[in-house]
Ligand binder design. Structure first.
Ligand code: HEM
Ligand code: HEM
Ligand code: SF4
Ligand code: SF4
Length: 394
């Protein structure tokens, strides 16, 4: 059909509604299925992971489809997409797919094609040396990091996405290409508390945070913003209407109530909040979305703040690696990070990961009570004493 070329030149800015096509929705996925997938749709018997990054699915018709999963950087150029297409044309009859974690999957129907495909993928590098198509991300590995726009595109971030993800995937690359962990480890990043993506439900995640209240540009609040919406946007009721001495409508913010979420800036361009020194990254851990054994969990804040240390974010990378490797060392088979922590107790988690416990980690928002310990069951650890101190229990 080729909408973009057949309709090239049809748009007339004088009559924008003429020849307008709308509400046609996405193309139907069936059109893009490799024939072998079409033939065996709904008939799969079992699958095996042959090696890191390589799967085989066997159908009741006896047909086998081999899948090679390779890391994708998510933000990619058209030239790079063309290279993906070239590989798909060469080995996979032009078919290719992307996963829900933005990895790329090439599928073939024979072992000979599989070997040639793997060899080709592994040989491709960028001029600077990084692998273009590293094979991995299956089984008990660290697969791709679900991430967001960062400073590349969004206006509300407190940190960057692509650069942190690159620095961390470099650090954890061996875990992408192997399957040695107790269970899969999902890592995610969001550059502000909107949490676009999966940070709230990942084994380990990074969230961009602010540490200073917004700056109020009184000249523009009333001109650019709908003040009631701005007031309603604050989860803490810190914003109220105000009038400047010269009679302009504006807002005032109680700084002792503000927790720097940035929600009011999302509503009102006259309340910018980004700050070079204040902004940074919080680490959360222990979330999951599957229902395997234990129900899905939210991730919990374990490190309140690490600096935005461009370009390689060493503090963030070291902390995430430490949490990952402590989990890998201590958890039992099939235990996701959150399952492990719930078994050993959070105080042991902080002790084993050598993470300081601070008062920032104690919930103080509305339903906070449920997160406190209403039991005498605990272990004597330094981390446990820190909790007591932070809660002013001793
Ligand atoms: C400040 C407002 C926001 C801006 C400017 C923004 C911008 C964007 C842009 C440009 C994309 C890429 C679209 C593409 O790849 O074609 C995107 C993707 C996405 N956005 Fe937003 N967004 C904003 C807020 C949000 C919010 C509030 C959410 C969720 C509650 C959200 C969730 C997502 C998700 C899930 C994706 C897809 C990411 C992916 O899988 O690649 N965004 N956004
Ligand atoms: C109580 C609130 C929420 C619950 C219970 C929830 C639950 C879930 C579940 C069960 C999944 C997994 C779906 C699957 O793998 O099939 C998921 C994935 C996801 N959620 Fe949420 N979610 C919540 C809020 C949010 C919010 C607020 C956002 C964005 C701002 C969000 C963005 C996403 C994204 C982008 C994924 C896909 C992650 C991936 O492909 O790995 N969710 N969520
Ligand atoms: S997480 Fe926040 S800053 Fe990042 S893309 Fe989403 S809205 Fe923008
Ligand atoms: S940053 Fe968040 S907490 Fe602070 S005033 Fe704005 S909406 Fe309220």
């Amino acid at each position: 059909m080729g909408l973009s070329t057949t309709r090239f030149g049809v748009f007339n800015p004088e009559k924008p509604h003429e020849n307008r096509i709308t509400d046609i929705g996405p193309r139907h996925f069936w059109e893009f299925f490799p024939p072998i997938i079409q033939r065996n749709y709904g008939k799969w018997l079992y699958h095996e992971i042959l090696e890191p990054g390589v799967l085989v699915h066997v159908s009741e018709t006896g047909e086998k489809v081999y899948t090679v999963r390779v890391g994708g950087m998510r933000t990619m150029s058209v030239a790079f997409v063309r290279e993906i297409c070239d590989i798909a044309d060469k080995y996979c009859d032009g078919y290719v797919r992307f996963t829900t974690r933005n990895n790329i999957e090439f599928m073939v129907d024979s072992e000979e094609k599989l070997e040639a495909l793997k060899k080709d993928l592994a040989s491709r590098k960028f001029y600077s040396g990084s692998y273009k198509f590293p094979i991995g991300g299956t089984g008990c590995s660290v697969t791709n990091i679900v991430h967001t726009q960062g400073y590349v595109h969004c206006h509300t971030p407190a940190t960057d996405a692509s650069s942190v993800v690159k620095a961390l995937m470099d650090e954890l690359f061996e875990y992408f290409q192997s399957m040695t962990l107790p269970a899969k480890v999902r890592i995610a990043l969001a550059c502000c508390l909107n949490m676009c993506g999966a940070v709230h439900c990942s084994d380990i995640a990074m969230v961009g945070i602010h540490r200073k209240p917004p700056v109020i540009d009184t000249e523009y609040v009333a001109k650019l913003c709908e003040i009631p919406t701005v007031i309603a946007s604050c989860p803490l009721g810190a914003i109220s209407p105000a009038t400047t001495p010269d009679g302009k409508k504006t807002v005032k913010i109680r700084e002792d109530r503000c927790m720097f979420c940035g929600n009011c800036y999302t509503m009102c361009p006259a309340l910018p909040i980004a700050d070079k020194e204040g902004d940074g990254i919080a680490i959360v851990a222990g979330g999951k979305v599957s229902n395997r054994i234990s129900p899905p969990k939210f991730s919990k804040v374990v490190v309140a703040y690490l600096p935005n240390n461009f370009p390689r974010f060493p503090e963030v990378c070291q902390t995430v690696k430490k949490i990952l490797e402590t989990y890998a060392k201590h958890a039992r088979k099939y235990e996701r990070l959150g399952d492990w922590v719930e078994r050993i107790g959070w105080e042991r988690f902080f002790e084993l990961c050598e993470l300081p416990f601070t008062y920032h980690l104690l919930d103080d928002y509305r339903l906070a009570l449920d997160t406190y310990r209403t039991s005498t069951q605990f272990r004597f650890t330094e981390a446990a004493w820190e909790v007591s101190k932070a809660a002013r229990g001793i």
